[in-house]
Design a protein around this ligand. Structure first.
Ligand code: GCB
Length: 593
């Protein structure tokens, strides 16, 4: 193309954007970014919404501001004059005008890079950005990620300018699209932007990229399985693992793939919600070191029972979205602690962090505070199950979540999906996700929130044979006004494995009172839970009310809802406990044998 035509590319090229769809980052080669020093890039970033994707169309990232003769060109963009927003945050909460914005948002900032060691490598790590994110450093597109809730990393080393300012640009796009995970339609608000931390990590040429340690589920509670991956290493590189409190100090060696793997004998005190014991685990190589707190416990099933450290346990749960008034999904550590405390106040031993991966810190806090977790990815309602792009995205998200949290004792369940239609394509899709969980982490259980087949009033989703714990979402007393349907289903459903109710609930507007059969009243919600508990007692291994707090959802449009799903046991502002709160608090979660 002649220069002249190139200049008109943004006008004449009908599809100028697909050239930016470079390969997405490989989830298995991400940095396990815990327990090492970091330099935060959080704070004020220059930002604009980019409604027509002009940043890409006009290649603003090139920063071409002068012509060949050095004369200033009229450019429709001046990064450093843009307004600033806080990172992490959702743009929807930054300005009234951005509330419903779905599209591209461009974030940019510079940072001064001074090398500290001759062979150092620098890795950029993002906790999450919804949904797609492209990364430019000093005019070059160097990374792309899809999936709105999982972390990713991009190596910057080759493109960094030492002892100079370096421009970083994040182009984040939260447009809903049919082949994404989730797809176009879901029951929560589509907050956009970079809403988890952005950090830089300096690592040596040969660094610890991943570290996995878990109690082997052999019923003997005496073996720790470890797998440490060293990037940039060949075989024979020494790796040290120490757990001082267990008097454990071993040297392992990497294989040809840079992986050091072993089973070690140790008898740790077991982690449980009653005794959330954590051990300091240190992993080091010649030039690198990470340190984290890890608990050891075993979660298994035996027939219909769920066993934690060999003891039968009833999962007294509650579901929860990740949302806070004013700040969207960007919860602070104090907000996160309050969420877990409010679940504890209900007497819960487990939380379902629905319907997408919540911030990594939730699992760290749950480890410390003694709360079990069910974590999941947004394989929600209808997806393009036969589409390879959709499959790849779900598999990436699953891999990223498992690799992020598989050292967290609190996490006992990986959720692979929620209310998906039982088709051949979906079964293959889900089995691939279950396989990822089992391959990357054989120490946890898999589950999925399945649909009840209401024609025959039984659970017969074919996925049930491939997951460890069968879960059902059912709304008898709400979407189906007749409570007895629940009894029929529980009677008809014959399973050889545990069954939990992963969702049930009713909308109740905070402070709205009336008769106990009047919809949207607190009385009705309380009665619904009483009936549900009566009818399911003795037939299930866990019960997860939907949901801890009211949450925003654009599909809830009646006058009680006004853009909120009102099924919370607690109001949106997290202060008002509805009458049903008491019902849940009061029921006992002991196991009935
Ligand atoms: C469900 C969904 C959940 C919804 C809920 C409801 O089955 O899994 O995401 O919010 O029902 O309130 O209808």
């Amino acid at each position: 193309m002649s220069t002249m035509l190139q200049d008109y590319d943004h006008l004449l090229n009908i599809d100028p954007l697909s050239q930016y769809d470079i390969l997405t980052t490989n989830p298995e080669s991400h940095l396990y970014a815990l327990g090492r020093c970091k330099e935060s890039l959080n704070g004020r970033w220059h930002f604009t919404v980019d409604v027509y994707d002009t940043f890409l169309r006009k290649k603003f990232f090139e920063e071409r501001v002068t012509d060949a003769q050095g004369r200033a060109l009229p450019v429709d963009c001046d990064f450093d004059q843009w307004e600033t927003v806080e990172v992490p945050s959702n743009w929807n909460c930054q300005k009234k005008e951005y509330w419903y914005f779905e599209g591209s948002g461009i974030y940019t900032r510079t940072f001064h890079y001074v090398p500290k060691a001759p062979d150092e490598r620098v890795i950029l790590h993002l906790g999450a950005s919804n949904y797609g994110c492209r990364v430019w450093l000093n005019t070059r597109l160097i990374g792309r990620h899809t999936g709105g809730f999982t972390p990713f990393s991009v190596e910057l080393t080759q493109h960094l300018k030492p002892n100079a300012g370096n421009r970083l640009i994040l182009e984040v796009n939260n447009t809903r699209s049919v082949d994404q995970v989730p797809s176009l339609n879901y029951d929560w608000f589509n907050y956009g932007g970079v809403f988890r931390s952005v950090d830089l990590y300096r690592v040596p040429a040969c660094y610890i990229r991943d570290s996995y340690i878990a109690l082997a589920p052999n019923n003997r509670y005496d073996t720790l399985a470890v797998e440490i991956t060293v990037d940039g290493a060949g075989s024979g590189i020494p790796v040290w693992l120490e757990i001082p409190e267990l008097s454990l100090s071993v040297m392992l060696h990497t294989d040809a793939f840079g992986v050091a793997k072993s089973e070690l004998t140790a008898k740790p005190q077991l982690w449980s919600p009653q005794n959330p014991k954590l051990y300091r685990v240190m992993v080091s190589t010649e030039g690198d070191r990470i340190e984290e707190l890890v608990g050891f416990r075993q979660i298994t099933t035996l027939g219909k029972k769920i066993l934690l450290n060999g003891q039968e346990i009833f999962l007294k749960g509650v579901c929860c979205h990740e949302e806070i008034p004013e700040r969207g999904r960007a919860l602070t550590p104090a907000d996160q602690r309050q969420v877990i405390l409010q679940a504890k106040e209900l007497g819960c031993n487990i939380m379902r962090l629905s319907h997408y991966p919540h911030d990594r810190n939730m699992a760290l806090l749950a480890d410390e505070m003694g709360m079990l977790l069910w974590e999941e990815i947004p394989v929600y309602w209808a997806l393009c199950f036969e589409n390879p792009t959709t499959q790849a995205s779900a598999q990436n998200q699953m891999t990223e979540l498992v690799m992020r949290d598989r050292n967290r004792a609190s996490v006992v369940l990986w959720g692979v999906g929620n209310e998906n239609p039982d088709t051949e394509a979906r079964l293959d899709f889900m089995r691939a996700l279950v396989d990822i969980c089992k391959r990357l982490d054989p120490t946890r259980l898999t589950t999925a929130a399945c649909l009840v087949d209401i024609d025959v009033m039984t659970v017969r989703d074919r996925l049930c044979q491939y997951i460890d714990v069968v879960a059902i979402n059912e709304y008898y007393g709400w979407y189906y006004r007749d409570y007895t349907g629940l009894a029929t289903i529980l009677e008809n459903t014959k399973l050889d494995r545990p069954l939990v109710i992963s969702e049930t609930g009713a909308d109740a507007l905070s402070g709205h009172h009336g008769m106990d059969e009047e919809l949207f009243t607190e009385e009705h919600q309380a009665k619904m839970y009483q009936k549900q508990l009566e009818l399911s007692e003795g037939s299930i291994q866990g019960f997860f009310p939907w949901i801890l707090y009211d949450f925003r959802s654009p599909i809830r449009l009646n006058s009680y809802q006004q853009g909120f799903n009102r099924k919370g046991l607690i109001s949106y502002d997290k202060t008002h406990r509805k009458l049903a709160h008491r019902v849940i608090q009061d029921y006992s979660c002991s196991v009935k044998n």
